[in-house]
Structure formats: structure tokens, C-alpha cells
Ligand binder design. Structure first.
Ligand code: DGL
Length: 261
């Protein structure tokens, strides 16, 4: 199976890591679109254009059987269109795990951290409206502009990053939020910092493993045999820190430059 995966940068590698724990007998082609990062501060049309261009490239170059949008922001603004244009391709997106969060919370107060674009998008707004009708929960939403840049530049543990997180998390800590949805695939990379700042037992929800299991199930239903090697190829449209890529994937990686016109 050839699997195409993309995100604006390092974040989607948290999903790739989960895929590498579940998928076998597959080649995974990862595109880090760092040239256009951060997606979360772009317009819906720009996000759709980036997503279409990358998908076209992955289909033409690697004849992918499956596409994973390892990005909540791209999923919010492009998945519907991509499914219409490529009806035969397995397409899996990433959405903030609000549903698992409301199952886990004991205090009934959940937090959602995501990019500004994701929180504004209809997809997320509809999800929360629907869920809050089903269960009595209080949702504390927080957009995190600037956090992706901190992570991409290797400053996750820096004082500047901590100050940002402390400000964003303060209302959640005061409201005894016990479950936080990491609604951007970059945010698991500051999971330890979030837990430390919350200073209580807090459950962090990310959906990487659920995505990997879903891809396996869909693959198996289409005849994929899950025995054998799993190879990862990484390409980046702009600057990316190789050491951070290797830290996330826990393996040496050769990264190729990519220009998409
Ligand atoms: N990692 C992406 C997401 O899940 C995009 C972050 C960004 O580029 O703003 O939303």
C-alpha cells in the first residue's frame, strides 16, 4: 500500500508515528509543507489550494492508495472537496477528539486547543453544537496562534513557549478542566509542557492512533495484507529541522526538498 500523508510541518509526524506502530507492508510518503506554514493562520481558500496541490503531487508521483490529512486545519477546509474530486481514494482526516473527551471527563469541563482556523471552521462549530446537545459539558476553547512556529523552531521547552501556554491554559486550570483535546497535530509535541502547567491529573486527547487503526481497517477491507516492512519517506517544501523529525519518528530519516508549483 502506498500512503500519502501531509501537514504544514512537523505536526503530522505525530500521526505518522502512530501509523508506523500499526501499518505494515506499506510505503508512506510524508509531505511537510513548511513553506506555507502555519496553515492555521491562512484563509480557507489558501488551505484548500495547498491541500489540492499536495494531493495531486502524491497521486501523480506515487500513485497513492490512501491519503491521510494529518492536519486538523486542512481537514476542516479541504477534506470534503478532496473526497468529491477523488472518490476512489481512501481519504482519512484528523478532527479534534471532542467526542472521546466528553466520555473521559469527570469534572464535565473540557478544554480544546486548536489553530485559529480550525476553531472558526464550520466543521468544528457543528461538532461542538451537536455534542453539547447530547451531554452537559462546558467547553473551554483556546486558539494558539504562534505555537506552531515555536514547535517548528525547536522552542517547545523555551521560556517564551511556556509563557504562551501558561496564558492560554490559565482559564482551564481555574475551571478544573480535566481533559484537553489537542486539536492540532503539532500540540502532542508540547504535551509534557501542557501537563506540567495544568499541575493536576489531566488527560490529553490526540487522535493519531485512532487514525492509524481506521486506515488499517479500511486497507484490510480492500485486500491489504498487513505483513512486511513499513518505510517512511519525508519531503519538505521549506526549512525543517532534521533532528526534530528524527526525534519524533525515533529513527534516522533522509529528507528531500520539494518544490510544488
Ligand atoms: N498541524 C496542523 C493542524 O493540525 C496545522 C498547524 C498549522 O500549520 O497551523 O491543524
Amino acid at each position: 500500500m502506498n500512503i500519502g500523508v501531509f501537514d504544514s510541518g512537523l505536526g503530522g509526524l505525530t500521526v505518522v508515528k502512530a501509523l508506523s506502530q500499526v501499518m505494515k507492508n506499506a510505503k508512506l510518503f510524508y509531505i511537510a509543507d513548511t513553506h506555507n506554514a502555519p496553515y492555521g493562520e491562512k484563509t480557507p481558500q489558501e488551505i484548500l489550494n495547498y491541500s489540492l496541490k499536495i494531493t495531486e503531487y502524491l497521486i501523480e508521483k506515487y500513485e497513492i492508495d490512501a491519503l491521510v490529512l494529518a492536519c486538523n486545519t486542512a481537514t476542516a477546509f479541504a477534506i470534503k472537496h478532496l473526497r468529491e474530486v477523488y472518490p476512489d481514494l481512501i481519504i482519512i482526516g484528523t478532527e479534534p477528539g471532542v467526542k472521546p473527551a466528553i466520555e473521559k471527563t469527570k469534572t464535565g469541563n473540557i478544554g480544546v486547543l486548536a489553530t485559529p482556523a480550525t476553531l472558526k471552521g464550520d466543521k468544528y462549530q457543528n461538532l461542538v453544537t451537536h455534542i453539547s446537545k447530547e451531554k452537559d459539558v462546558r467547553v473551554f476553547e483556546q486558539a494558539c496562534p504562534g505555537l506552531v512556529e515555536q514547535i517548528e523552531s525547536g522552542k517547545s521547552s523555551s521560556e517564551s513557549c511556556k509563557v504562551l501556554l501558561e496564558n492560554w491554559l490559565k482559564p482551564m486550570r481555574e475551571a478544573r478542566v480535566d481533559t484537553i483535546v489537542l486539536g492540532c497535530t503539532h500540540y502532542p509535541l508540547v504535551g509534557a509542557e501542557i501537563t506540567e502547567i495544568m499541575a493536576c491529573e489531566v488527560v490529553l486527547i490526540d487522535t493519531g492512533l485512532a487514525i492509524a487503526k481506521r486506515l488499517l481497517a479500511l486497507g484490510l477491507s480492500q485486500g491489504h495484507e498487513n505483513e512486511g516492512d513499513f518505510e517512511i519517506f519525508v519531503q519538505s517544501t521549506g526549512e525543517i529541522h532534521q533532528n526534530l523529525v528524527e526525534d519524533i519518528l525515533e529513527t534516522p530519516v533522509c529528507i528531500q526538498d520539494l518544490t510544488l508549483n
